[in-house]
Design a protein. Sequence first.
Lengths: 361, 292
Amino acid sequence: MPQSILTLQNIHKSFDGATVLDGISLSVEAGQFVTLLGPSGCGKTTTLRIIAGLEQPDEGAVILGGADVTRLPPEKRAVNTVFQNYALFPHMNVHRNIAYSLRLRREKKDVIDKRVEELLSIVQLEGYGRRMPAQLSGGQRQRVAIARALACDPQLLLLDEPLGALDLQLRRQMQVELKALQQKLGITFIYITHDQEEALNMSDLIAVMNGGRFEQIGSPEDIYERPATRFAAQFIGQSNILEGTVKQAMEGRAQVELCPGNFVTVNGDFAPGERIALSVRAERIDYGNAAQYGFHLTGAIKLHSYIGGVLRTTITLPTGQELLITGANPVSTYPAGCTVQVFWDPAVAAVVERGRAQGAR
Amino acid sequence: MLGKPNAAKGGKKRVISPTVWPLYIWTALFVALPLVYVVTISFLKKDEIWGVTNQFTLGNYLSLFDPVYLKVFGQSFLVAVSTTALTLLIGYPFAYFTAKFSPAVRSFIILLLMAPFWVNSLLRLNGWIILLKANGPVNELLMRLGLAQEPLKLLYNGGAMMLGMVYALLPFMITSIYNSVEKLDWSVIEAARDLGASPAKAFFTVTVPLTVPGIVAGCVLVFVPSMGLFFISDLLGGAKSLLLGNLIKNELMQARNWPMGATLSIAMLLFTFAFIGIYKRVTGEKTLGGIK
């Protein structure tokens, strides 16, 4: 079993009576790229600050490389942070910024100079040593912040929305570079973002956060294809959430009634009468003249809109709910107003809630 | 017509709006003219009893190097430096911790700091005299606590004078530093801790360098007036230690040596300019940047 480099055990934290972290636990293996994904205010920055030692948890423990560091100050932890606004020392040039931690360790000058040169080349900023932070562009500052955080070979690098302030083009480029850097150095990254594309693109493991809790922890594929909660399904990608009651339960499969006369097939073992909520990705839904997979779901096409690359179709179900469907084909054979049969492969739908009380919506 | 905006852009022709004329007239009448007058009489000979003759002399400036005057300069400088150092030592922690409070508490503390300014400074100094005199509350307290057998002589000495100076000038130091500390980006200090700096190390390598503009502005604002303040040493110091301010006052009011008084004033002015010049050098700022 691979060794866990960081373990968070049931961390609680509140500020002025407001709960920010409500019992989170996480285990990170060495060399992983882990992303905390969630909307602003979900507690992801607080989690990072607790790992870094900049905040103390009210309850729970932070285990780093096998040792409990919960009460250790930030300077005693082999963890470094790339801050959201970079937090470069404005009164020091790039060289002195990067050398800061090395100088604190009283390394010899030639050792420091060599290491700084090495780091500058890693982040592709050779020759920028004499510049002041104010003379750098956003992307360059970001690279300096990364180089500075890497100077002492931390076991763990924490990155707090490091690409947040960059424009889209540069973000995409830096995503690729950061991922390549992480693989090259073999350092464990814990990365914060609210951008799902960034999270899916770079991570080995994603922890979806909401309201101070982890909604789901899994691989990008897990998170996308098999969302565990309603929030996880809705926060990432384009999801349709459908609620219904199990009418007929068979071995490994069930017929779920969305409204009288409309049934969908769901994989899994359920009890009749159970309320469940399903999540189906917009691009996984299909429609046509004849239903498949044992579905009986009719809907009226409300509108088609071509959004470049995909055709987005809205279908109104008899329940009044609107389904959002995206298809690769830029033209649909069914014009708006048509009544069609809607279906999907039951394997692509994820059950995000079950057993809710009858009648609850 | 097309040429005009360009000319304006070049900034060669600056039209002074009539609305600011009063300002210029005021400055000319009440700043420039008196200054010219002071400079002029500093080069003139003293008349027998009162006023000046119209004979040119450099003698006033030469007598600046008279040991008596040099001693006063030295003493004033020493008092100004000690006042600056003391206000800095007290003011920095005060400003630093004030800036860490919530905005509401902060403005309340700054209000408390400013409140004494609503009362005339002479009145406030007389308040100190009442507190410190032989049968005053401070002595009473010390004797009740058994810390003193008989009333201590707390007034009319160097200590009382320093107390008065620090008391009068401390708010300038605090507000200057406070303005700098308040603008600090605390994440930079967190970054220093994150990179392995102890709280003290982070303070001296990051916090202090980043608040230098406030420190220097505060030092200038304390040092410059403390060279010239005469009434504090008169009232609390019992005129025992003669400072530059007292000397100028004495030359003008008692010795009736106007040229010497003028010369000393010019010397102090140049000295102060030099100090402000150093400030600009250190901080690279054109104005007293720490002050809003």
